[in-house]
Design a protein around this ligand. Structure first.
Ligand SMILES: Nc1ncnc2c1ncn2[C@@H]1O[C@H](COP(=O)(O)OP(=O)(O)OP(=O)(O)O)[C@@H](O)[C@H]1O
Ligand SMILES: [Mg+2]
Length: 299
């Protein structure tokens, strides 16, 4: 598990993270979102024990140990935001180096290189790799130990669709094995696809934590149905009020905000007023809009 308890970090006068309390349990995948400079990398680095909290604590593993202790680091696998390997080493040499460092059996090297899918480039110098290839090599290194905690800083930033699929499979597999995964991302698709919960940091403060279930509810509430009708009975809005209090006319259209589950009853009520439905469109709430709302409210 990963547990931040009132974790704060200041750099001089900059408060990078302020009193973050958040935990990630066994078998749980949590996404950390937020604008540039909101404290995501700082939080992850504290969980890897690379920076000391100014106040508060970060604990890792089961039983939880302070992230700064070597015993905590031993159960962590970390992907930094800026993945850097010595240019002159080949992909295989990089994997081999980390394999020995982590005391992992030799046969894991080939599996990690298969995961990296470098298409014949594993014997070539890393200095000749593209950005996405370096990212995949970084992820391959992450897969080496059977770590119970994965901390991944923008793992999908430069992955192609194949790399993305491989990464999603990796996370699913680790979740199924009961590992704890905390990752940062600017790709909201990753949240949809992977995260059991997501947390949003704005200017170092946690402004929202939401489970997939709660997210689905929030998005459903933001759904809208638009109807074109054969007529415009003056009593219609009043009749709809108990079902859809925010229904309104917009030009010729009847606009009915609310979840999809509400729509059949609204249609029945409309027809019972003696009007015919000539056209219908519906859209669901969007995660990008909800995200902007959460971030915007705070700013
Ligand atoms: N070593 C440091 N010295 C001084 N300030 C720092 C240091 N590391 C981070 N900061 C500051 O802390 C704040 C949070 O930075 P952090 O890297 O955690 O943001 P982030 O959420 O990861 O952003 P991004 O999405 O751009 O990766 C920023 O204002 C940054 O300038
Ligand atoms: Mg960052």
């Amino acid at each position: 598990m990963i547990r931040f308890d009132s974790f704060s970090k200041r750099f001089g006068r900059t408060c990078a993270v302020e009193s973050l309390t958040l935990s990630v349990g066994a078998g749980e995948v949590v996404a950390l979102l937020g604008p540039n400079g909101s404290g995501k990398t700082t939080s992850l680095k504290a969980a890897v024990g690379l920076i000391h909290p100014t106040s508060g604590t970060v604990a890792i593993g089961d039983p939880p140990r302070p992230a700064l202790e070597p015993a905590a680091r031993a159960v962590v696998s970390f992907l930094p935001q800026k993945v850097l390997f010595p240019d002159s080493l080949s992909g295989r040499e990089v994997v081999e180096f980390y394999r020995r460092l982590r005391g992992v059996p030799a046969e894991r090297t080939d599996a990690a290189l298969r995961f990296a899918s470098l298409n014949g480039a594993s014997e070539r110098a890393v200095g000749t790799y593209s950005g996405g290839m370096v990212q995949r090599l970084g992820l391959a290194v992450v897969t080496l130990p059977d770590a119970s905690v994965l901390l991944l800083d923008e793992p999908t930033a430069s992955l192609d669709p194949d790399g993305l699929c491989a990464f999603y499979e990796l996370v699913e597999e680790r979740r199924a094995k009961g590992k704890s995964v905390l990752f940062t991302s600017h790709q909201l698709g990753d949240v949809d696809r992977l995260a059991d919960r997501f947390a949003v940091l704005v200017e170092g403060r946690l402004v929202a934590v939401m489970s997939q279930g709660a997210l689905a509810e929030r998005l459903a509430e933001r759904g809208v149905m638009r109807l074109r009708l054969s007529g415009r009975p003056s009593t219609l809005l009043d009749r709809l009020k108990p079902l859809a209090p925010d229904a309104r006319w917009a030009g010729d259209e009847l606009v009915v905000p609310g979840p999809a589950s509400l729509r059949p009853a609204v249609l029945d009520r409309v027809r019972s007023e003696g009007v015919e439905v000539r056209g219908l469109t519906a859209e669901e709430g969007r995660l990008d809009l909800l995200y902007r709302e959460l971030v915007g409210e705070e700013r």
